[in-house]
Design a protein around this ligand. Sequence first.
Ligand SMILES: Nc1nc2c(ncn2[C@@H]2O[C@H](COP(=O)(O)OP(=O)(O)OP(=O)(O)O)[C@@H](O)[C@H]2O)c(=O)[nH]1
Ligand SMILES: [Mg+2]
Length: 152
Amino acid sequence: MRKKRIMVIGPRGCGKTTLVNSLNDYAGPLSKTQDTIYGKNTIDVPSAYIENEWMYKHIIALAQDAWCVLLLLDQSRTTEVYSHGFAKAIRCPVVGVISKCDLKEENRPICVRQMGSIGVDEPYFDVSVPEGIGIDELKSYLLKLKERKGLK
Ligand SMILES: Nc1nc2c(ncn2[C@@H]2O[C@H](COP(=O)(O)OP(=O)(O)OP(=O)(O)O)[C@@H](O)[C@H]2O)c(=O)[nH]1
Ligand SMILES: [Mg+2]
């Protein structure tokens, strides 16, 4: 069986590749991600897949290669991009990540509300990779989740 990975989805520029690099212990340059990138532990999904509802089927298909999905919301920019209940269409666990938590703290309640409407259950992880916030908590949660799924 193909190795399962952590799939990362989210709106344009929300910090997917930054988070993916951290989950792969990789420090490299960033540029807009146009294609789906399979990393050591991760699948970095282009934002176009969630910005266009007709592309949702690609996310559902890619999720077959994932043991969990990190669904990102950008705390610095709260335009709604996911459709209502979207997370419920994904069969592996969906973990809510509020990225850029170092910016616009006043937007946190909006992000929490959006997570609920997308169908993501708590806990939500507030993360800022550049500021080193929340990443250790997220990693240890994922490790436990993986163990619980009998994957480790
Ligand atoms: N302040 C702040 N900036 C961040 C954070 N995470 C990422 N960034 C910055 O946001 C910009 C976009 O980050 P990326 O990781 O390329 O975002 P992405 O979601 O992969 O972008 P696309 O592939 O274009 O959709 C970069 O300039 C990052 O340095 C964060 O937590 N806080
Ligand atoms: Mg990217």
